[in-house]
Design a protein around this ligand. Structure first.
Ligand SMILES: *[C@@H]1O[C@H](CO)[C@@H](O)[C@H](O)[C@H]1NC(C)=O
Ligand SMILES: *[C@@H]1O[C@H](CO)[C@@H](O)[C@H](O)[C@H]1NC(C)=O
Length: 398
C-alpha cells in the first residue's frame, strides 16, 4: 500500500476517535459502581434516620449499629402526632383528620426529611426508620445492588435504560453478569441518574405485573449465588408469615432487583432530588389518606399518575406523549437489604407489627443473615458476626 494511503487512513482514524470523544454520549463507563458506595453514606449524599427524641433506647441502638458498620447518620427528629395540627393536613379533611395520631406524626416526620432534601438541594438521601437493621456485609451488597439498579436508572448509549429496552415482550429478565457492560457515566449518583425511589428496606413487595402497557417495566435482574440471601425457609417478612413467592420461583440464594410493585413498610428508602420534589408535592401539598408507607406504595405503583386518563376521552386538551409525566421510577430488591428489627417486646410507636409478634422473647430480623443488631455484643467486643439461623446442610460461615 502506498505511503500516503496509510497516512490518510491513520488520519481518518484519529479524527473518528476525536469525534467519538466529543459526542455527549461519551465516554461510556464500565457498569461497575466504584468505591464511592463504600463510603460512610453508602454513596448517597446523606443518610437520615427518623427518631423521636423520647425514644432514647432506639437512638442508642441505631448510633451503635451505624458506628459498627462505618455509617454516618444525620438525625431527623420524629414528630409526635399531637403536634400536627388539623389545618396543615393536605387533601380531603374528612379523611386526613380521621388518621390516627401515630400516622399523622409519621407522615410529618417523613415530609420533614423530604422538605430538607429539597431545601438543601441534596442529590440523594437514604431515609431510615430507627428500627432498621442490615447485614454486616451491607456495603458490598449495596455495590452489587447499584450495578443491578443501573439497568433501570441509567441510560445506555442509545439514551434508554436496559429496563426500557427490554420492557417488551413483558416478563424478561437477565442475570447481573449479562447486563450490558457499559453505560453512560452517571453524573448524579452511583446508583444511576434517573430514579425517584430506591426501596431498599420493606416488609413485602410484588413483582410488577407482566402486562403490556403497564406503567412500569416488568424487567428483572437476578443476582445468583448471593450468600447474604437467607435460605428459602427464612424468606418471610415475619416468623408467622407465609414464605415469599421468591422462594418458590428462584433457586436458593437469589436476589432479584425490579421495579417496586405493591411494596409496603418504609424501614429504608432512598430518594433522589427529583423524587423528593415529586413526593413533597404529592404528599406535602395534595394528599394524605393513610399511613405513609401505603401512600408511597400507591405512588410507586403509578396510582397518582395524572397522565393515566382515558386515552380516548374526547373532553380535555390533547396531551402529546412527550408532555405526559413519566410514571414514578421506584426500584426495589427481594429479599430487601434493610429490614425491621424485632427487639425484645418493643412495640412500634406507630402501629404494632403484625403476626402477633410483639412481646415474644426472641429477637430477630427477617431476611438478614448476619444482622448488625443481633451481633452488637460480639461486634463491640471485637468478635466476628455470626449467622442468625443455624442452617442444616450449609456451613454457617458461608
Ligand atoms: C459518599 O459518596 C457520595 C457520592 O459520591 C457523596 O455525595 C457523599 O458526599 C460521600 N459521603 C461522604 C461522607 O463523603
Ligand atoms: C442543585 O444541584 C444540582 C446538581 O446536583 C445543580 O445542577 C443545581 O444547580 C443545584 N440547584 C441550586 C439551586 O443550587
Amino acid at each position: 500500500m502506498p505511503r500516503h494511503r496509510i497516512g490518510a487512513i491513520l488520519l481518518l482514524a484519529v479524527v473518528a476517535v476525536i469525534l467519538c470523544l466529543r459526542t455527549p454520549e461519551w465516554p461510556t463507563v464500565l457498569n461497575k459502581p466504584g468505591r464511592e458506595i463504600l463510603n460512610s453514606t453508602l454513596g448517597f449524599q446523606h443518610i437520615f434516620a427518623i427518631n423521636l427524641p423520647s425514644r432514647t433506647d432506639r437512638r442508642d441502638a441505631l448510633v451503635l449499629a451505624a458506628a459498627l458498620s462505618g455509617l454516618d447518620i444525620t438525625w431527623a427528629n420524629g414528630v409526635p402526632g399531637e403536634d400536627v395540627h388539623d389545618r396543615v393536613l393536605p387533601g380531603d379533611p374528612s379523611i386526613s383528620r380521621e388518621l390516627s395520631s401515630g400516622k399523622r406524626g409519621s407522615w410529618r416526620a417523613h415530609m420533614n426529611v423530604l422538605q430538607r432534601v429539597v431545601d438543601e438541594n441534596i442529590t440523594s438521601a437514604l431515609i431510615l426508620e430507627d428500627d432498621a437493621d442490615w447485614d454486616v456485609r451491607l456495603k458490598s451488597q449495596m455495590q452489587v445492588f447499584a450495578q443491578a439498579a443501573r439497568a433501570f436508572t441509567q441510560p445506555s448509549w442509545n439514551g434508554r435504560s436496559v429496563a426500557e429496552q427490554l420492557r417488551d415482550p413483558p416478563g424478561q429478565e437477565l442475570p447481573l453478569n449479562q447486563l450490558p457492560q457499559r453505560t453512560r457515566r452517571p453524573r448524579l449518583t452511583p446508583y444511576g441518574d434517573d430514579w425517584d425511589v430506591l426501596w431498599l428496606g420493606h416488609c413485602g413487595t410484588g413483582f410488577p405485573e407482566p402486562t403490556r402497557g403497564a406503567p412500569t417495566s416488568s424487567f428483572r435482574v437476578t443476582i445468583r449465588n448471593d450468600d447474604t440471601v437467607p435460605p428459602p425457609q427464612h424468606l418471610r417478612p415475619h416468623p408467622f408469615a407465609l414464605q415469599d413467592a421468591l422462594s418458590e420461583t428462584y433457586p436458593p440464594h437469589t436476589r432479584v432487583v425490579h421495579a417496586a410493585s405493591r411494596t409496603v413498610c418504609t424501614q429504608a428508602y432512598a430518594v433522589s432530588q427529583q423524587g423528593a420534589r415529586k413526593l413533597l408535592w404529592q404528599f406535602g401539598l395534595q394528599t394524605l389518606t393513610t399511613g405513609w408507607d401505603l401512600m408511597l406504595r400507591d405512588w410507586c405503583d403509578g396510582l397518582y399518575d395524572s397522565s393515566d386518563t382515558d386515552a380516548d376521552a374526547d373532553a380535555g386538551p390533547e396531551v402529546s406523549d412527550d408532555d405526559r409525566p413519566r410514571a414514578p421510577l421506584c426500584v426495589t430488591a427481594q429479599p430487601p437489604l434493610f429490614s425491621h428489627h424485632y427487639g425484645r417486646g418493643a412495640a412500634s410507636d406507630i402501629t404494632a407489627p403484625g403476626g402477633g409478634f410483639v412481646n415474644k422473647k426472641k429477637e430477630m430480623t427477617p431476611y438478614v443473615r448476619r444482622s448488625v443488631r443481633l451481633n452488637m455484643e460480639r461486634l463491640v467486643n471485637g468478635q466476628e458476626a455470626v449467622e442468625q439461623w443455624k442452617i442444616e446442610g450449609e456451613s454457617s460461615s458461608a
